[in-house]
Design a protein. Structure first.
Length: 115
């Protein structure tokens, strides 16, 4: 059974940084494209960043230059380094593992950016 578990969320002041982690178990991590999504209160879930099996990345315009997605296949983990955080980054952040016909979501981790 594949499990996707996020960690690293919390409360941070505007301008601060956080690093989210997502670990996948029960399958071969390197076979999955990985992504981070977020959902703010009252809004739809949106793409934050993705990283392919080969390491190519895509970012939402709203986070370009501030967030960095990376993966460590040896640790079955994908990271989201978030810098220069803004109040509008407040959301539940979800990790996604995608392998074309197989797709798995974590339960999310809350990030709150507030003074």
């Amino acid at each position: 059974q594949v499990q996707v578990v996020e960690s690293g969320g919390g409360l941070v002041q505007p301008g601060g940084s956080l690093r989210l982690s997502c670990t996948v178990s029960g399958s071969i991590f390197s076979m999955y494209a990985m992504g981070w999504y977020r959902q703010a209160p009252g809004k739809q879930r949106e793409l934050v960043a993705t990283i392919t099996r080969g390491g190519s990345t895509i970012y939402a315009d709203s986070v370009k230059g501030r967030f960095t997605i990376s993966r460590d296949n040896a640790k079955n983990t994908v990271y989201l380094q978030m810098n220069s955080l803004k109040p509008e980054d407040t959301a539940v952040y979800y990790c996604n593992a995608d392998r074309v016909t197989l797709n798995y979501w974590g339960k999310g981790t809350l990030v709150t950016v507030s003074s």
